[in-house]
Design a protein around this ligand. Structure first.
Ligand code: ACO
Length: 427
């Protein structure tokens, strides 16, 4: 393999190094391009642009491979718990027992949220979308933890990390409890990380919280499957905001906003709403398949297609099996699951979807599990954010430790050329 690529333009040749990742991915390093030639590249949607080198997550969209720090998602989903995966993503290695306990203890010690934060939450109407609430509250946390902005030392960085891992689930639970009219409680440090999250979300004021292993295991698995996905829209947002040294919490708040959109994390809510609409409309999946294929109809089959996976999404495979298991373990017969399976079958046999390599993505079945766990539909994307938190943190930390420069793309200007100002009465 040549380790150089040549660009020829207007009779001049420019050489650039070719770099190779540990999984043999190749990239032309054009860092010097503009300096030596005056030219930039243009790549809307960044379909061909590597924004960084990263040692966190590897995915191969053609082969349907997803690995965190070298471990396959299938193995992690089966054998690890969410906190172990968080540690792995952030610090690079699976923790031993002592490291995991110490990490959990540090998180527990930060699991309070300033009471004043409740006043901020109070200011939101009950109808507010919890993603907007969560993004605002995460940003507001900066004011109560100003030390989280300047992370000049490793110690300061570690403290910011355990602080947000501790406080974010409280904000998630509060965002949901406010909507449900439940008192804003704190967690129970005697419980595991995920079980505590579940208790914070669902504990009723006058009832004892009852542990349900099926629910906790399903939640754990869903959070692991969402924990990182390399340079997607929200993660790139976290990295680029962080590249200005804005601080971890502010960067995360921006990432939450990016995740909210229906083309990204918001798809899980959109999928369930779509399945409910199809059911309410008589369950005619063929009608909706036709709508999805009609270029004059803005309808898309939500939960289908992925920017990177062009074969299958390995997370969707795991989630599909989990959805079946959870529903049967909980004794739920949900007609929505049958509609989802019907749509999937039809799409996988349909020329339009086959040609465009459109397969179910992680969000196609996750909403069905969330629904079975009693999580309200508009909280689905919040659950995604909760799962993605360690990934965002890991990517932000990597970006800071590698001392990456501030993210500042170029553009090709296509507006008006210089023209004289015209006074208002002459326009
Ligand atoms: N339903 C119908 N047609 C689709 C769908 C879909 N879900 N997705 C893509 N297509 C079609 C497009 O219309 C386009 O057709 P054309 O070539 O005839 O113009 C072709 O497939 C390629 O689609 P793009 O939008 O160019 O693909 P891109 O990689 O930019 O987008 C995306 C990927 C945003 C995920 C897209 O597939 C989509 O909108 N899916 C539905 C939303 C969704 O499920 N998002 C969650 C993604 S996973 C995540 O963020 C966790």
């Amino acid at each position: 393999m040549s380790d150089k690529a040549t660009l020829e333009f207007e009779g001049k040749k420019y050489e650039f190094p070719v770099i190779k990742g540990t999984e043999d991915e190749l990239a032309i390093d054009i860092k010097t391009l503009r300096g030596i030639s005056g030219i930039v590249t243009i790549d809307p949607g960044y379909k061909n642009t590597g924004s960084c080198e990263s040692a966190i997550t590897f995915l191969d969209g053609e082969k349907g491979i997803l690995r965190y720090r070298g471990y396959s998602i299938e193995e992690l989903a089966e054998k690890a718990d969410f906190l172990e995966v968080a540690y792995l993503l952030i610090f690079g290695e699976l923790p031993n027992k002592e490291q995991l306990e110490a990490f959990h203890l540090d998180i527990k010690n930060e699991s309070h949220v300033d009471e004043e934060m409740k006043k901020i939450l109070d200011g939101f109407p009950k109808s507010a979308h919890p993603m907007g609430v969560l993004s605002s509250l995460t940003s507001a946390l900066v004011a109560f933890n100003p030390g989280s902005v300047d992370v000049a030392s490793n110690d300061a960085m570690y403290h910011s990390i355990v602080r947000i891992l501790a406080k974010f689930p409280v904000l998630v639970a509060w965002a949901m409890r406010k909507k449900m009219g439940l008192p804003l409680d704190y967690g129970d440090d005697s419980l595991g990380y995920v079980e505590n999250i579940h208790k914070m979300m669902f504990k009723k004021p006058n009832q004892e919280y009852k542990r349900n292993k099926v629910i906790i295991d399903a939640l754990d698995k869903l959070l692991i499957l969402h924990a990182d996905h390399e340079q997607n829209c929200s993660t790139s947002t976290v990295r680029i905001v962080g590249s200005s040294h804005a601080g971890l919490f502010a960067s995360l708040s921006a990432g939450i906003s990016a995740l909210w959109g229906p083309l990204h994390g918001g798809a899980n809510q959109a999928v369930l709403e779509m399945l409910e609409a199809i059911e309410a409309d008589g369950g005619d999946t063929k009608k909706y398949m036709a709508k999805a294929k009609d270029k004059d109809d803005p309808f898309r089959l939500m939960g289908f297609g992925h920017r990177v996976y062009k074969n299958f999404d390995p997370r969707a495979k795991i989630i599909k099996v989990a959805a079946d298991e959870v529903l049967s373990d909980l004794g739920i017969d949900d007609p929505i699951l049958n509609i989802a399976k019907g749509l999937e079958k039809e799409a996988l046999e349909d020329d339009y979807f086959v040609k465009r390599k459109l397969y179910p993505n992680v969000d196609f079945y996750s909403g069905i599990i969330y629904r079975a766990l009693g999580i309200p539909t508009d909280m689905f994307t919040v659950m995604f954010a909760l799962g993605r938190l360690p990934g965002w943190i890991a990517q932000w930390r990597e970006m800071r430790l590698r001392k990456e420069p501030i993210g500042r793309p170029r553009q090709i200007y296509i507006g008006a050329n210089l023209r004289p100002f015209v006074e208002v009465d002459k326009r």
